[in-house]
Every structure is written in C-alpha cells, then in structure tokens.
Design a protein around this ligand. Structure first.
Ligand code: F6R
Length: 621
C-alpha cells in the first residue's frame, strides 16, 4: 500500500529527478491510487517545490503540465492508498513542514499519531491535513531545527513512532540528499552510477538500475549522488544486503497486451515453468537450494500450518490436499490475520508455510513473527525478491512468476501452487513417503502443466464471449469439490474484485446444506468438474450437483476435462480444459475463471489492473 520513490542525481541533468520519480510512480501505482504527489529540491531553491492531486497519477501529470515545477537535483514521489484522512488533494502526500523547506512522504500507519499530534498542537503547530504523515513531517521539522541534520532528525523521529512506516524526506537546505527510514514497511535502494534511488520495491527504479540494496528492519538510509549510508534507529552504522534484480523493465510492461492482467494471465505458462526450473539434481532428486532448514527438523515436523491471505490462502488450500496426500502430515490453512490473534497450537514440530506474492503483507508478516516466537520453523513461499517476509523466515522458496503488476493476483496464484507442490514433494522425498520414481512421475506431470495452461489460454475466446453476454449479471456462484473447491473460491474472488459483482464460491457438497436456496431461474453457476479418470465418486458426485442446480433453474457454466461426455447433457456452457491428474487440475481450471472475470470487468468498462478500493501490497493490518 502506498508507493514511494526517491531519487538523487547530478543537478546538471535537467528534468531527470522529476522524470525518474514519475516513471517510478507509474510502475508503483498498483500499490495505491487514491492520490499522487511529488516534491523536488535543487541547489538554491529556498523551498521545496511540490505538486499533489487526488485520484490516479494521470491527475498529477495534468497538474504538472499546467503548472510545471522548476529543475531539481533530488525528488520524492508518492502514490497513496488512503488510511488516515480521505483521498483528497489536501491529504495527498508529500506533506510539507519547516516553512515549506521540508517534504515528507510515508507508507504505513503511525499508530501513536494522535498523542504526538496533541503534543505538537499544544506547541502551536498548525496542521493542513488529517493525516498521520503530517505529524511525522512536523516532528522531523522540530528535530531538524536543533540538529540541522536531516539524517539525525529522521532517526530521532523514527524512534518516536509506533506502527508501520517507511518515510522519505527531502529538505531545501540539502538539495543533494534524500533520507529514508523503515519499520515494518518496505524500502529498497537502487544503486546507480552518479545517482541513487529509493523505492517501495525495485519496480520503482528497475528501468535505471538492477543493482539493489535490501535494507533491514529499523534502518535509516541517506542517499546522495555518490553515496548510500545506512544506520540503525540507534544511530549505529549498519549494512544493507546487495543483490541484482533478476528481471528487467520490459517484464514490468504490458508487452502489447491491453492490460497488465491480460499479460499476466498469458505469462502463466512461463511463470509455472520458471518456478519448476532447476529444482532437481542430475539423479532427478528434488533439491530446494533455498530451503535451508535442517533435514532432521523437517523430518520431525508433525503438523503444517499454511498462513496467507486472499488468493495466496487459496493456493494454500489447494496445497493442503496435495501435501496431506503425499506426505501424510496434517495441514491446516489459516488466514494470517486470524492465526495471529487467536491462540493457535504451535510447537517446535510445527512447520508454518507463509505464502505471499509481495512478501510484504502485514497480516502474513505478523503471523510469521508469531509462529517463530512460538518456536515453529517458517518456510515462506514468496515472489518478490528483497521483501520482508523471506528475511524474517527460516527458509524461503521463491516463485519465479516475475513482477505481478495488476492488483488482482493471477500468475502468482499458479506459481504459488506450483511452489507449494514442490515443497510437498520435497518433504515426501525427505521423509520417505514416496519412492523416487513416484516423485519423478509427479514432477513430470508438473512439467507438463505449462503447455496445458497455454492450451487453456488459447481457448480463452469462448470464455470471453460468454462473459460479454453476461455483462448484466448481478450474482454468480462457483462450485467445486476437493481441489476444485479452492478454485471455486478463487473464481468468486476474481469476479468480486474485478467486476464488482456479488460472487460466492462453495464446496459443491455443501450446497444442499443451505446455499442451494440461492438457486433460482437463470442464476449463473460455474462448476469445476474433477477428472473422470480420478476417483470416480468425486466426478459423479459433482455431476449430480450440476443436475440438482439445473433442475432448479440454474444456468450452468461447466469447466470439464476434454472428453468428459458425462457433463454434456447438463452444461449450458462448457469450457474444456486438457486432461490432467486431479491434483494438477487447479493449475488449469483457474484460468477460465480468471479470463471470465477479466472479460466481464472489461465489458463493464472497468479498470482491471486497478480495481476500486484495493492495493497490491497490503502493508497495514
Ligand atoms: C487477490 C489478491 C489478494 C492477495 C492478498 C495477499 O487477487 O491479490 O487477495 O492475494 O492480498 O497478498 P500477498 O500474496 O502479496 O501476500
């Protein structure tokens, strides 16, 4: 939530600070789009030059076109997901203080802002916004007045704040400096040649440099054109971790597609293929190099708890079926925010698996910390390199889906399932639940999936045409059994998020226990049908469920395997997917549901990349 960019470079390159920051904001807009703003400082400027506008970045660009800002050597930019104070011009960042000489931007929530604001009000400070950020700006201004050192002032204030925050500040008296601080919110440094960058994630600067520095918790960073200095909140020198970003700016572009979502749906064969790459040795044994937990500890695990939110949690639901089947270890799947605030039974023999695309979801991070405090080992399945959750886990299994820019998750979901399956098979290998040749067969089946996913995408036109004909639908239901159940949940979530239509996913067997009352003439219901070649009772039970709802007037939209003639008499629409083993089917059956939600939202004229009220990276609890 909230995207943050900072830049400092040589003052003689006209326009570059603003260009870099606007380009960064364009790439970070997925993090929030309630408002956007920039602040610039340059040699000789008596004050910060700034502009900010409620709404999407386009509004800020129009404002800058109408009222250009002067040249500068340093700049910060912000794209907002509103927390304190409505999404208005006046609450947009940056917030100014020190007579307009200081500008501050912020991602996160300052939880003790009310007490701090009362203190400042008592000192006679006036506030121009309703935000917690302006309190931080005024505090930095107050601290700066005595030290005249922006880094010292930032460090002092960082120690006073409670909650989660990344703060960036520029001051007119230091036109060659940007100072940042982070506590439980992301901030990475981009290392340039004669220029340096800051960003909420590497997308902010990947067009300019792929060399990055990962900051640790509770650190303050000061960037100048030639130096990057990191200290802890205690003032002691600290080190960031240097790494190279393994994707380039082109990967974060639409690549000829109409939307990032469309591109990311099309990226899925590669995302799954890349997640599988390099995971076996020459003998075909799984080697998860990034899984650094003692084998003896993994052998002693007696329970797995998956913690995640939203789509990532549905990936966990899918994984539960596979891991329990392969490893005979009980698996619980829990929404991270619920896990954290009850009293879960966690012991040293519990393996907690945190699944997260961003690696920054605050609910998931808190669950990870809680689990480790209880003595559990934590493996995280993460897409974003350099993010917080891998750093706070005992081991990490990266998905290699590449940057996911559309706010609603698609390719991350398929690659999370893939990575969780790899983890399950690795545990089965280690604990001897499966023979090597059985694992080899399952790996081959997984390796077949990218081309099958491609086949589903290639059949997308029928799904899109059906969605177009349903643009006036007000409610759509989704049914599935076994691994088809979380797929149904994911299909419903995609439709809610993208098309703002009431949608619900149910376990097909649960229908008769209540939800069947919702079925009336014409009610559209998607049904995910398991493979007829799997456990046949599963298939025939779902076919019976289709008959039950159809008899009550439902319009049935059936996802079934090629050649599954049994569903034909009961399907109003049928979307064929290639044959695959039951446990692999979610990697295929999800895709028509993603395409359906995207096409329906597009038909309604909605922005599929930036749905209302959402943000990509949910860094508040
Ligand atoms: C849905 C969606 C969200 C995320 C959830 C967790 O399309 O994108 O439900 O899956 O907010 O995010 P990560 O995976 O970044 O922890």
């Amino acid at each position: 939530m909230c995207g943050i960019v900072g830049y400092v470079g040589p003052s003689e390159v006209s326009g570059r600070p603003l260009d870099v920051v606007l380009e960064g904001l364009r790439r970070l807009e997925y993090r929030g789009y309630d408002s956007a703003g920039v602040a610039l400082v340059g040699p000789g400027s008596p004050q910060v030059a700034s502009a900010k506008k409620a709404g999407k970045l386009a509004n800020l660009l129009a404002e800058l076109e109408a009222n250009p800002l002067p040249d500068a050597s340093a700049a910060v930019g912000h794209t907002r997901w509103a927390t304190h104070g409505g999404p208005t011009d006046r609450n947009a960042h940056p917030h100014l203080a020190d007579g307009g000489r200081l500008a501050v931007i912020h991602n996160g929530i300052v939880e003790n802002f009310a007490a701090l604001k009362a203190e400042l009000l008592a000192e006679g400070v006036t506030f121009l916004s309703d935000t917690d950020t302006e309190v931080a700006a005024q505090l930095i201004s107050r601290a700066y007045a005595s030290s005249k050192d922006l880094t010292v002032a930032m460090t002092e204030v960082a120690r006073m704040l409670e909650g989660t925050f990344t703060l960036l500040a520029v001051h007119a008296e230091h036109p060659g400096t940007v100072v940042g601080a982070r506590h439980d919110s992301p901030l990475v440094v981009g290392l340039g040649d004669g220029e340096n960058f800051l960003g909420s994630d590497v997308a902010a600067f990947v067009a300019h440099t792929r060399e990055a520095l990962e900051l640790g918790q509770d650190q303050v960073v000061t960037i100048t054109p030639s130096a990057v200095e990191v200290i802890g909140f205690d003032g002691a020198p600290a080190q960031g971790k240097r790494y190279s970003v393994d994707w380039d700016a082109a990967a974060a572009e639409k690549g000829g597609f109409g939307s990032f979502m469309d591109k990311e749906i099309h990226d899925q064969p590669q995302a799954v293929g890349d997640t599988l790459l390099g995971r076996t040795d020459l003998d075909g044994r799984l080697v998860l190099d990034d899984l650094k937990i003692d084998e003896a500890v993994l052998r002693s695990v007696d329970k797995i708890i998956v913690v995640a939110c939203g789509t990532a949690a549905y990936a966990g639901h899918v994984a539960k079926y596979a891991i329990e089947h392969w490893c005979r270890i009980p698996v619980e799947v829990e929404l991270a925010h619920e896990f954290r605030y009850r009293d879960p039974v966690v012991t040293e023999k519990t393996l907690v698996v945190a699944i997260t695309q961003s690696g920054e979801t605050m609910d998931t991070l808190m669950a990870v910390r809680h689990a480790r405090e209880q003595g559990a080992k934590v493996v995280s399945i993460v897409n974003t390199n350099g993010s917080t959750i891998p750093r706070e886990s005992d081991a990490v299994l990266y998905t290699h889906a590449g940057p996911e820019i559309a706010v609603a998750s698609t390719k991350a979901f398929l690659s999370q399932i893939t990575a969780a399956y790899l983890l399950g098979l690795y545990l089965a290998q280690l604990r001897g639940n499966k023979f090597p040749d059985e694992i080899a067969v399952l790996m081959d089946e997984l390796r077949d999936m990218p081309s099958k996913i491609q086949a589903v995408i290639d059949r997308g036109d029928h799904v899109s045409a059906t969605a177009l004909s349903m643009r006036d639908a007000t409610s759509v239901l989704f049914l599935g059994r076994h691994v088809g159940f979380p797929v149904a949940l994911e299909g419903a979530l995609k439709l809610k998020e993208l098309a703002y239509i009431h949608a619900e996913g149910f376990a097909a067997g649960e229908l008769k226990h209540g939800p069947i009352a919702l079925i009336e003439e014409g009610q559209p219901v998607f049904v995910v049908v398991p493979s007829p070649r799997g456990r046949d009772s599963l298939h025939s039970k779902v076919v019976s469920n289709i008959q039950e709802i159809r008899a009550r007037g439902a319009r049935t939209l059936v996802i079934a395997e090629d050649g599954d003639e049994a569903v034909l008499p009961y399907a109003d629409e049928i979307f064929w997917i290639p044959q695959a083993p039951t446990l692999m089917q979610p990697l295929l059956a999800t895709v028509p549901l993603q395409i359906f939600a995207m096409a329906l939202a597009t038909a309604k004229g909605l922005d599929v990349d930036q749905p209302r009220n959402l943000a990509k990276s949910v860094t508040v609890e």
